[in-house]
Design a protein around this ligand. Structure first.
Ligand SMILES: *Cc1c(COP(=O)(O)O)cnc(C)c1O
Length: 434
């Protein structure tokens, strides 16, 4: 039998629960070679860990080292002249990242910028897009938002002199359910339209791995003229997006999860072009947002750049941007996000198949089905053993996933560097750990 990726995607070829089947898939995987472009953490015996934690910290591309070293040597050789000299001068360095970054999120190059950290960008965006007025004072977020997002929204509400208990609306899943229902999100927006000043939701929910229908949510928000922003921490480098087409007002994401740019690396930000020339938008400003041609005139008359770059504050950390450039070049080598997404559906689909085939009773996948999920599956354990104990056992056996309170094991096969074979090995280990 010929193992054909095209057939797999049509669901005309069934999966098989065997190591040899998985190895065949790897042998025919057009992206299989990309694993060699990454450093894989090793177990004590020198073999590769089964690394399923790219949702938390992506692995290091092999390019990163040389790109960082290049900038270190530029600094060593050129000192301050590195701002203008060399193949990648520091002054416009963030611009070298725009095209690839825009491709990842479905934006125009002028709509994206790499700057700051995710939470900082979230605050900067809310300064511009959360403007409580009249009856429209509330922010809609999800009940189980990532803590940093929750705190950021809460503190922005307080900053406007309002009470978060009254002005922060929390979307909850229905009783007994883990995920938000799309229709409930839209209904809530419709019901609260004349009270909402901002909607801020994740593209992919960090705990359940659920992908929200960003397009539909954005259209519903627009029909009521409510600004809509997305936190794409778990969506960037994972799922396909068309932020420009969808008319999303803003988005923020970090670069160290699926974007493999290293711990705490510089984050991304999207501002739709319809806002670039809006002089009524409030904004916290810094010199790096000022018109490039007159930035060094130092005359203290702020003229914003006509792009998302206007939201920049400082000259950026070049070493971190170099790591992002290495990551983006690695994505490009793989053929971009849509190619990766095709493999991702098969890889995560295979893992889902194995779990269902062998551990249906003991393990529940709380992540919704294919169209509403990306790389990550979130698992709860239904045996007498506490989930955390099971998690510790799989870790001891060489699997890196992560544990999220109160009771979820998250595993994220990443199409850039994970193999089909690892899905079988992981499920074997999980089975033994139960
Ligand atoms: C990872 C993550 C963060 C982390 O924020 P930083 O500012 O990068 O520390 C915030 N929000 C979400 C939803 C995340 O997944």
């Amino acid at each position: 039998m010929v193992y054909n990726f095209e057939l797999l995607s049509d669901n005309t070829m069934p999966f098989e629960d065997s190591l040899s089947f998985a190895q065949e898939l790897d042998a025919h995987d057009p992206l299989g070679h990309m694993r060699n472009d990454f450093h894989l953490p090793k177990k004590n015996d020198g073999t590769d860990e089964i690394y399923l934690c790219g949702n938390s910290l992506g692995l290091q591309p092999k390019l990163t080292h040389s790109y960082l070293n290049y900038e270190l040597s530029q600094w060593q050789r050129l000192g301050v002249k590195g701002h203008f000299d060399g193949d990648f001068p520091w002054m416009p360095y963030h611009e070298f990242l725009s095209e690839e970054t825009a491709a990842l999120v479905g934006a125009k190059t002028t709509e994206v910028v790499c700057m700051n950290s995710l939470t900082t960008n979230l605050h900067l965006m809310m300064v511009s897009f959360y403007r409580p007025r009249g009856t429209r004072t509330k922010v809609l977020i999800e009940d189980h938002a990532f803590p940093s997002d929750h705190y950021a929204v809460e503190s922005q509400i307080k900053f406007h002199g309002l009470d978060p208990a009254k002005h922060m609306v929390l979307l909850k899943p229905r009783k007994g359910e883990n995920c938000l229902r799309q229709e409930d999100i839209l209904q809530t927006i419709d019901d609260l339209a004349d009270q909402l000043a901002l909607i801020m939701l994740p593209g992919v929910q960090y705990y359940t791995g659920q992908v929200l229908d960003m397009k539909l949510i954005a259209h519903t928000a627009q029909s009521h003229h409510i600004p809509i922003g997305f936190d794409l921490a778990h969506a960037a480098g994972n799922v396909l997006m068309e932020l420009h087409e969808w008319g999303v007002d803003f988005a923020v994401w970090c670069s160290y999860k699926y974007l493999n740019s290293g711990p705490g690396s510089v984050a991304g930000c999207f501002v739709h072009e319809k806002h670039h020339d809006d002089e009524t938008l409030p904004r916290f400003t810094g010199w790096w947002g000022h018109d490039k041609t007159t930035r060094f005139k130092m005359n203290n008359q702020f003229i914003p750049i006509h792009s998302a770059e206007a939201w920049q504050l400082s000259n950026p950390p070049i070493l971190s941007l170099a790591a992002i450039r290495a990551s983006l070049d690695t994505f490009k080598k793989a053929g971009g996000i849509s190619t990766l997404r095709e493999k991702s559906k098969k890889l995560t689909g295979f893992l889902r198949f194995l779990l269902d085939n062998r551990l249906k009773e003991q393990v529940t996948v709380i992540t919704p089905d294919e169209d509403l999920s990306g790389c990550q599956l979130s698992l709860t354990i239904n045996t007498n053993k506490p989930g955390k104990v099971v998690f510790e056992a799989i870790e001891a056996a060489g699997v890196t996933g992560d544990w999220r309170e109160p009771n979820v094991i998250r595993v994220a096969p990443v199409p850039l560097y994970n193999r089909f074979e690892e899905m079988v090995r992981f499920v074997n280990i999980l089975e033994q750990s139960l």
